[in-house]
Design a protein around this ligand. Sequence first.
Ligand code: ARG
Length: 465
Amino acid sequence: MTNKMWGGRFASGPSEIMEEINASIGYDQRLYNQDIDGSLAHAKMLGDTGILTAADVKKISKGLEDIRKEIADGKFEFSRQLEDIHMNVEQRLRELIGDTAGRLHTARSRNDQVATDFKLYIRQTIDHLAEQIGTLQYVLAQKAAEHADVVMPGYTHLQSAQPVTFGHHCLAYVEMLGRDRSRFKDARKRLNECPLGAAALAGTSFPIDRKQTAKALGFDRPTANSLDSVADRDFVLEALSAASISAIHLSRFAEELVIWSSAEFRFIHLSDGYTTGSSIMPQKRNPDAAELIRAKIGRILGAFNSLAIVMKGLPLAYSKDMQEDKEVAFDALDNYSLALAAMTGMISDMEPNVERLAKSAGGGFSTATDIADWLVRVLALPFRDAHHITGSIVAMAEKQDLQLDQLSLEDMQKVEPKITKDIFNVLSVENSVKSRTSYGGTAPTAVRKMANKWIKALEKEGLSS
Ligand code: ARG
């Protein structure tokens, strides 16, 4: 049997394999709401412009709403022979209302139809993701406010560098996620132009009103070039690239959580809800959620890569290659969303091990920079000289197996005679972090202020945990 939608010039139907490679209904059925919304807007416009009669539009619209309900109720039978969601819906419409169904496709093509549907889907997904990111930011900002005074080691090269506060570390991710969120919002602005009415590629000779359909579907305006309208998948690539960058952030954080929750570090405690046990080693509490979040970047960046490669050599306008945009995007954005949810749950349950963090914060001569700064501030030495002197003091402490604040004043004066006991004020971890009050610095006062600023801003947007 030839295809009812396009089989006019065909003597026989597609081969089994052709059908298999051609069909997208297995995954694009999730676009059914967008497809029906697009068709309703299109039908109404066709009526308003006198292209269809009011009676036909009424019949079509009623039929489309009935189909929406059938699909939502799980009563719709999707057919692979009908390739995709667009033709499945149209064929069902024909069954429900008869030949009038065939008038819906006036001044439209599946090319502008699929671009419209997918844009609507990506737009809605972006809105949801942006909210999820905001919720994670909120949870992190609350942790930051709560633990603004908790000291911990700050690292560079994963070597103890300078003490920081736990709240400060949380806020670093709030900033990253803030940029991630703005990347999605920015992509949303750019994608919000309606391709419907571009038809197959050249526009249409019917007197359609593209502004009307654009407005009805919540777009800012119609797209301005019909070729571009059906050939563009930038909006998918942008969403995937925003997801990839954000997934990199989640992955870095997840890696830290894996390290921090290890028996060697014991910096944090992860809840039962976000860890698993081992079937053989009873002592284990594995940070599986963190590990899986760390891994999700693989398929998310993979999806970007995959679609970028699909698109890179395509001549204008539409090519069937572009059907490959959906499966990877669905998978990537679903998994990114899941990673955000898992991270949010894990973080809201996470508890820092305050004593352990404080003990580690003083290790590795982490207040050495504070000695150098003291030599500059109090003795007016050039920083490079102060750095050198401090290096000698650290070497001495290392040799005697002591922390910096356990060294005697006499020993320090052997290195630099002008050092006074006042230097001991800067050797404690608490004083070290307290002193870092510069804007964006780790001092508890600064952290508390910044955390509260975020909490307020996010609450103003209606976000909370
Ligand atoms: N299922 C197709 C897709 O996802 C719809 C567009 C098909 N257009 C066409 N001329 N074959 O891209």
